[in-house]
Structures are given as structure tokens and as C-alpha cells.
Design a protein around this ligand. Structure first.
Ligand code: SF4
Length: 245
């Protein structure tokens, strides 16, 4: 049986060790939730700045109307789409982003996800980043979870955790952090998918903006010396009871 590294040994930064510790704690993540690659893409656009339960309501509305497809969304007016995805918040902005995304797929790839996904990793990423309103986190979520590419998704939770352990500075660039993971992780899609999901869990469960729970965190331990984020917001409280952010 494989011996897992002690919790504190994941820092200095060891992405593979980080995965081992978090997988032992959380198990398989089964991310990203979605029945089809297109549903994953829609979820990746809708999830920005909102809780996942709100995304689920918006997707349920699209499904109930039999409009969760490239053709379905392409045929809707922005106003009709905004009404359906209203539970996800920022619905006018997100409707425009979804329309931009399906316009790309329809115009350049014959409305076929299969054709879009024939692009190389770098070309797929570039195509997605060329869509107005699709940023790097969303593009990489689509690459990793919808198109099954070895692209590591970086988000605010990941940056916060690494920043608090002194691996990166608070203003670290997205690509710099992505390269940190991709340069060290085994080239295994399951590892990429689970590790991003697990870092989100750590960010929500323990490494919160306030009331940090290092004492309970799988990345904590006797050697855990989280470094202040520089904005005065971090006051680690070992073993302190957590509360929702
Ligand atoms: S809660 Fe503490 S131990 Fe866990 S990741 Fe954040 S700083 Fe590290």
C-alpha cells in the first residue's frame, strides 16, 4: 500500500503530493457535473460569481425547454436566453457570453462540438479565449472537463491556498500558477480533474477568506505555517470552528 506523505510535506510545493493528500481526504471528485460536454461548457460559463445550486436551476430551465444544445441556444434571442438562465445571476451578461460561445461553434465548426474538439490543445484554448467574455478559468474548465484535455484549471481558491503557503505571491499571474501544476503533475487527466475540484473544496471548507480552519484542514498539521496574504485578512485559527463565508 502506498504511503501518503505527511500533510505538511506537501509544502514546499509538491503538486503530486498535494493530489495524494487531498485524494485520500476527499476521494474521487466526479467533476465536472454534467451529462454531456455541452452541458459542462454551459455550466462553466454560468458558474462565474454564483453558487453551483443556482447554475443547476438555470440548466434545469434549459433542459425543461429542450434548449440545452448548440442549436437550441443559437436559436434563442438574448432576452429569451437571459430569462431562462436568470437563476444563475448576471443573466444578461451570461446570456451574451453563451450566445458568443455558440456563435463560435456554429459559425466555425458547423455547430459540431466534435469538430471543435478536433483542435489541438493550444488551438482549442485559443479559440475559446477568443470568445468575448470567456476568460482563462472558463476556457480551461471547458478544455479539461468538457474536452478532456490536460489543462490545469486555476481559480481564486487555488491562488489563495498557494499564496497562504508562500508558494506564490498574492498577485501571481494565472499562467504562472498553471505552469507550476502542469510542470510537475503526472500527465493523468483524472489527477488534473480531481486536484482542481479538491482545491475548490479546501477553499470552501477550510481555506476561507475569513475564519481560516488550518487545524482541521488536510493541508494543515504541526508544520503548517500559512503566510499572511498581505492584506491583513489572514488570521489562521487552528481548530477554530468554521462558519460559512
Ligand atoms: S486552511 Fe490553512 S492549512 Fe488549509 S490550505 Fe488554508 S492556510 Fe493551508
Amino acid at each position: 500500500m502506498r504511503t501518503l506523505p505527511a500533510r505538511a510535506e506537501t509544502f514546499p510545493f509538491d503538486p503530486a503530493g498535494l493530489h495524494a493528500v487531498l485524494f485520500a481526504h476527499y476521494g474521487p471528485s466526479h467533476w465536472w457535473p454534467g451529462e454531456t460536454p455541452f452541458e459542462v461548457m454551459v455550466g462553466a460559463v454560468l458558474t462565474q460569481n454564483t453558487a453551483w445550486r443556482n447554475v443547476e436551476k438555470a440548466i434545469a430551465n434549459l433542459k425543461a425547454s429542450s434548449l440545452l444544445s448548440v442549436e437550441g441556444i443559437h436559436g434563442l434571442s438574448p432576452e429569451e436566453l437571459a430569462r431562462l438562465i436568470r437563476p444563475a445571476g448576471y443573466y444578461n451578461v451570461k446570456a451574451a457570453r453563451l450566445k458568443n460561445l455558440v456563435t463560435l461553434i456554429t459559425r466555425d465548426f458547423g455547430a459540431s462540438l466534435e469538430r471543435l474538439f478536433m483542435l489541438s490543445d493550444s488551438d482549442l484554448r485559443l479559440a475559446l479565449l477568443g470568445v468575448n467574455g470567456i476568460g482563462r478559468e472558463t476556457a480551461d474548465s471547458i478544455c479539461c472537463y468538457a474536452a478532456n484535455r490536460l489543462v490545469f484549471v486555476v481559480d481564486a481558491y487555488t491562488k489563495r491556498i498557494l499564496s497562504r503557503h508562500g508558494v506564490i505571491g498574492p498577485g501571481a499571474d494565472y499562467e504562472e500558477v498553471r505552469a507550476l501544476f502542469e510542470g510537475s503533475l503526472p500527465r493523468n487527466l483524472g489527477v488534473y480533474k480531481d486536484l482542481h475540484a479538491h482545491l475548490v473544496y479546501v477553499g470552501k471548507d477550510y481555506c476561507r477568506a475569513k475564519r481560516v480552519r488550518c487545524g482541521d484542514c488536510p493541508l494543515g498539521g504541526p508544520g503548517c505555517l500559512p503566510i499572511p496574504a498581505g492584506d491583513g485578512s489572514l488570521r489562521p485559527q487552528a481548530g477554530a470552528p468554521g462558519s460559512p463565508e
